[in-house]
Write a protein that binds this ligand. Structure first.
Ligand SMILES: Cc1cc2nc3c(=O)[nH]c(=O)nc-3n(C[C@H](O)[C@H](O)[C@H](O)COP(=O)(O)O)c2cc1C
Length: 209
């Protein structure tokens, strides 16, 4: 299967990148192809709420000319989408947020007069994040937001790997984190194969946004 990793950290050899290494190793060992897009190297503008994307239900349809069309095409064609981000101010980094905003409108044709389809309905999504606080207090709002985002967008939320960074003067990666990352990736493989249910969402549908 084709796995697309959207990498939202500005530090290409930082903690989030290190967390991704064992994840990719396991996915590749299981025969999956991994492709990473480094969002900080792309030109990505924010959604301007013009709603041009709602006119044609068969295409992305965003009138902005930046790197988002390429990302849209890769997301649409992948079999598993992994969103990797350090937590910044209790959520994801700015380019990841720009991508999420552009996709929630570009993929979900819900915002014209008539409710249309979610072009990416059923796509599995997983999160890899790192944060300074304990993950329960650092990455919880990001996960909650993404659970709602997935439910709203008819995506299949598979779960989050979140690891704590104790400071820039400490070594981030250790064998326990590597083991948890490998275990997380093995779980993703099982869920993709249909052997294990996706992470349940207990959040009511937020409706239109
Ligand atoms: C601007 C900025 C904002 C941050 N905000 C948070 C936060 O709200 N909560 C948290 O737990 N950690 C926060 N952190 C810490 C990072 O999430 C953490 O150091 C992370 O592991 C960095 O990952 P990276 O090496 O991939 O960049 C912040 C770091 C920066 C630079």
């Amino acid at each position: 299967m084709d796995v697309l990793i959207l990498m939202g950290s500005p530090r290409q050899a930082g903690n989030t990148a290190r967390s991704l290494e064992p994840v990719q190793e396991v996915l590749r060992a299981q025969g999956h192809r991994c492709r990473t897009v480094r969002l900080y190297e792309k030109e990505l503008r924010g959604c301007t709420a013009c709603r041009t994307c709602q006119k044609d239900w068969s295409v992305f349809g965003c009138p902005q000319h930046d790197d988002m069309q390429e990302i849209f095409d890769l997301v649409l064609s992948c079999d598993l989408l992994i969103l990797a981000t350090p937590i910044y101010s209790w959520y994801c980094t700015p380019p990841m947020k720009a991508v999420l905003d552009r996709l929630v409108y570009g993929m979900n044709k819900y915002y014209g007069g008539e409710k249309g389809p979610a072009l990416w309905a059923g796509k599995p999504v997983a999160l890899v994040s790192t944060c300074g606080y304990r993950p329960e207090k650092g990455a919880d709002l990001w996960e909650e937001g993404m659970r709602r985002y997935c439910k709203h967008s008819q995506l299949r939320y598979l779960g989050m790997l979140a690891e704590r960074h104790l400071g820039y003067d400490t070594v981030f990666m250790d064998w326990e984190k590597a083991e948890r990352a490998a275990h997380f990736a093995a779980g993703l493989c099982r869920k993709l194969d249909g052997g294990e249910p996706a992470a349940p969402s207990h959040i009511p549908d937020p409706g239109h946004i």
